[in-house]
Each structure stands twice: as structure tokens, then as C-alpha cells.
Design a binder for this molecule. Structure first.
Ligand code: SF4
Length: 375
């Protein structure tokens, strides 16, 4: 049975029909969620929000964004903050290279542009951490430039509207999608149009079970007409998840606990952590933690018991982290750093002052909840 469009007509439209853009903009103006970065579209706020939203859910980002803006209201504040402070504000959002890039970009914006974020896409793309997507988002949302934004949501919506049969990762697919979005975008309405497409992908055109019945543009949608919605977008096969087992030591001495800082570059660079590492094949977590502390710090330890086992996912890795309470054995040994760049013995109450990866932070919460830090 033919559906009735939002305008009351039974007529089907073709995605080539540019009125789809106006329909999307009108829908967005009526249905947009009141998000903090949508209050003023200040370029700095757009830059921070778009950086936080990369790989991260909207609902998770909101409190992080508000805390960041309270503490660091402008580019200068980011340039003048320490990396440790920025990492602490970011802790739990993951993909920590984004923070280091923000810091480097803030230094450049201050030095080269007097603290004003450039409006030009090319200039934006030259800044650390700003790729095609973020540059287009800042140029259109903050400065009203007519450039399309192609994030995962926009990609899915476009693939369905066009009933695109090729994998979305194909090189010419991106170009074709950008051309389509440019065609649909009403001139001068890039801010609303780009957000409309992304918002539609987030709220209506979901990856599974899209709400086509509530979709303002179903009458333009080729996949809807063809019954291929569940098969769009076509994706190339993903790499399988990899299981990793890790063992760490909560090393006590004189009422303090040992923490170390990860080197710059690489995974979770600059974050603090409990020492330890990957459990090798044929090794128990207890053996691994002893070996790792010997290799990493040149110390031998005695295990006083297991504290917790934490399951955690980072990108495609499924991590199982075993944590042990340990002491130096014999006591009095001085740890020598072989991979970490800095180390501290700190009172347990001070652990909240440092930025840790999520699994380590969960371990600290477990220790705190069970008074496990009363040494
Ligand atoms: S009709 Fe369905 S598949 Fe097509 S854009 Fe709307 S929600 Fe997505």
C-alpha cells in the first residue's frame, strides 16, 4: 500500500528532486534535540563538540562537553592548560590522541590566527586532528559555508536514500555521496541541512529497525521503495574482535600505591596506569604480573591476592584485566622505568587527580568501594 508523505501526497519523489533538502531542514527545525553546542554555534564550541563526537555517543558527550567548556571557555585556555589537565577532562571518552591534537591545534590557532578558529576548510584541515569530516562540520555549522558533512549517520541515510549497492568504504562512494548531499542542500542552509541528515540518521534512520513510518523523507527513499533498507548500507566485512588478557599490579608500599605514565605516542599515550601487561600464551595472570614487573620495572614482587577481574572493550579488542594486590619482595627495591616515562608513589586518595584509561579507573572505583585502598 502506498504511504502518504508528510505533505499529504501519495506521490513518490526521486532523490534527484532537490526539495528533499527543504523537507529535511524543516523537519530538523521542528525536531532537533536541544544540545549545548547548538545554543550559539560558536566556532570553538563546534570544534570541541565535533572532536568529542568522533567515535562517541551523543549522550555520553554532553556532560564532558559542559565540564570542558566550564573549565576551558576558549582556545587560549586550551593552549595554556597542561596536557595532564586536558587528559583528566577527557578521561573516559577514549581515543586520547584527540586530546593531544586539540592541544597542538590550540597552540597553532593562538600563534597563527590570534586565537580565532579559521573558517576556511583548507586551513582547518591543516590543523592537527581536523580531517575532512571535522573541517566540513566547523565550516558549515559555525560559519554557514555550503559544504556537506559525511559522518556515519549521514553515510547510512545517503546510502539508503540512493539505495546504494556498493560498499560505503569504496573510494568513489564518498565522492558520490558528497555530490548528492551538495545537490540536496538548500543554499545558505548548510548548518540546518547537515545536522538534519545526521539527526535523521541518529533518531529515525537507525542502523537496525529504522523508523521509516516516521521518516519525513520516506517518499524520496529508494531503499524504502525497493524493500532493501535492511541491506543498506553495504559494508565490507569487519575485522573480528580480538581477545586480550592483561594482568596488572596494585603495588603497595608505606601506604602509597605505585602508578606510572605511558610514553607519548602509541595507545593511550600520556595516561597514568598500574604497571603490568599482556598475559602470554601458556602463562597464568599471576605469572604474567610478576614477569611484567620484573621486565618493566626491574623489581620482584609478592602477590597478596586477586582484587578483581574486569572486562572491557577498546576498539576491536575485548580485554580481560586481572588485578592483584602486590608488595615489593624483598622490600626497599627501587623501580627502574623501562617503558613508562614517569612514576609516582601516591596516597590512594590522590588517584582521582590523575587521568587513567577506563579499565584502570574502574579498578580504582572497585578499590574505593571496598576500602581496598586502606593500606
Ligand atoms: S525511509 Fe527509512 S530507510 Fe529511508 S531514509 Fe527514511 S528511515 Fe531511512
Amino acid at each position: 500500500m502506498a504511504k502518504t508523505s508528510s505533505s499529504g501526497s501519495n506521490m513518490r519523489h526521486d532523490p534527484e528532486d532537490e526539495s528533499i533538502g527543504t523537507c529535511l531542514v524543516e523537519w530538523f527545525c521542528r525536531n532537533q534535540r536541544p544540545l549545548p553546542w547548538r545554543r550559539h554555534y560558536d566556532p570553538y564550541a563546534v570544534w570541541i563538540s565535533e572532536t568529542m563526537l568522533q567515535q562517541t555517543q551523543m549522550t555520553k558527550v554532553v556532560p564532558y562537553f559542559e565540564r570542558w567548556m566550564d573549565r576551558l571557555p576558549n582556545v587560549r585556555a586550551v593552549a595554556e592548560a597542561s596536557l595532564d589537565e586536558l587528559l583528566q577532562l577527557w578521561e573516559g571518552l577514549g581515543y586520547y590522541s584527540r586530546v593531544r591534537h586539540l592541544k597542538k591545534a590550540a597552540d597553532i590557532i593562538l600563534a597563527r590566527y590570534g586565537g580565532q578558529i579559521p573558517s576556511d576548510e583548507k586551513a582547518l584541515r591543516r590543523l592537527p586532528g581536523i580531517g575532512d569530516y571535522t573541517a566540513a562540520a566547523i565550516a558549515s555549522l559555525a560559519f554557514g559555508r555550503d559544504v556537506p558533512v559525511l559522518d556515519g549517520n549521514a553515510q547510512r541515510v545517503t546510502a539508503r536514500l540512493l539505495d546504494w549497492e556498493k560498499p560505503v568504504e569504496d573510494s568513489h562512494t564518498k565522492k558520490a555521496f558528497q555530490q548528492a548531499l551538495r545537490r540536496w542542500m538548500p543554499p545558505g542552509r548548510a548548518r540546518e541541512f547537515n545536522q538534519a541528515v545526521m539527526e535523521l540518521g541518529s533518531m529515525v534512520c537507525a542502523p537496525r529497525r529504522p523508523a521509516c513510518d516516521a521518516c519525513p523523507v520516506f517518499s524520496w527513499c529508494r531503499a524504502y521503495a525497493a524493500g532493501t533498507v535492511p541491506h543498506r548500507p553495504v559494508k565490507t566485512r569487519r575485522l573480528a574482535a580480538e581477545q586480550v588478557t592483561v594482568a596488572v599490579a596494585v603495588l603497595h608500599d608505606n601506604g602509597n600505591v605505585f602508578i606510572q605514565k605511558r610514553p607519548p605516542g602509541g595507545l593511550m599515550a600520556g595516561l597514568w596506569e598500574f604497571p603490568g601487561g599482556k598475559v602470554e600464551e601458556g602463562e597464568s595472570p599471576e605469572e604474567a604480573v610478576k614477569r611484567e614487573l620484573c621486565e618493566e620495572l626491574g623489581v620482584t614482587v609478592k602477590l597478596l591476592g586477586k582484587i578483581a577481574e574486569i572486562r572491557h572493550a577498546v576498539t576491536r579488542f575485548r580485554i580481560r584485566l586481572h588485578a592483584f594486590r602486590c608488595v615489593l619482595d624483598p622490600s626497599g627495591q627501587i623501580p627502574t622505568l623501562r617503558s613508562a616515562v614517569e612514576a609516582l608513589w601516591v596516597p590512594p586518595a590522590f588517584l582521582d587527580r590523575f587521568a587513567f584509561p577506563s579499565a584502570n579507573r574502574r579498578l580504582i572505583r572497585i578499590l574505593q568501594e571496598h576500602s581496598g585502598l586502606d593500606l
